[in-house]
Design a protein around this ligand. Structure first.
Ligand SMILES: [Zn+2]
Length: 153
């Protein structure tokens, strides 16, 4: 575990974040420099540098959570598109060296070109996104159970 890693500190509750969801393996919170409203980061609770050295069960868990969040955006909240992206290595644009997957709802379109335009998350925007997702977040747990990644209740 990297001592000064910001995502480890968030996972341990030592640094603030707008948390959307968390379980034994993963944690979801808002990106503070979103491409679009609702831009989320799905991280592993344990520290792995990037997708290429995270264990397969952790990769499966994190991507299942990301897919369930994409489902909420597309099927329930009406986003016309969603990007699920992970960057491995500085050459690929990775900035925080703790495995994470971006889930970006695309309300305005623009494909790949607009993925580089980011803004600063405001508290008002964060509250709005948390309010949008909260009623539907049970879908994430259900997807993990359906995938056999966590036990049912
Ligand atoms: Zn870390």
């Amino acid at each position: 575990m990297a001592r000064e890693c910001i995502f480890c500190r968030i996972a341990k509750g030592e640094a603030p974040a707008y948390k959307v969801y968390e379980d034994e393996v993963s944690l979801v919170f808002l990106d503070i420099f979103p491409v679009e409203k609702g831009h989320l980061l799905v991280t592993s609770r344990e520290h792995y540098e990037a997708v290429h050295n995270a264990p397969p069960r952790v990769v499966a868990h994190v991507f299942t959570v990301a897919a369930a969040l994409a489902k909420i955006y597309r099927d329930i909240l009406g986003a016309p598109g969603v990007n699920i992206v992970t960057n491995s290595g500085r050459a690929a644009g990775q900035e925080v060296f703790h495995f994470h997957v971006h889930v970006i709802p695309r309300w305005r379109g623009g494909g790949w070109r607009r993925l580089v335009e980011r803004h600063v998350l405001t508290e008002e925007e964060a509250r709005e996104v948390l309010g949008m997702l909260k009623p539907h977040i049970g879908i994430v747990r259900k997807a993990l159970i359906d995938a056999g990644l966590v036990g049912g209740e």
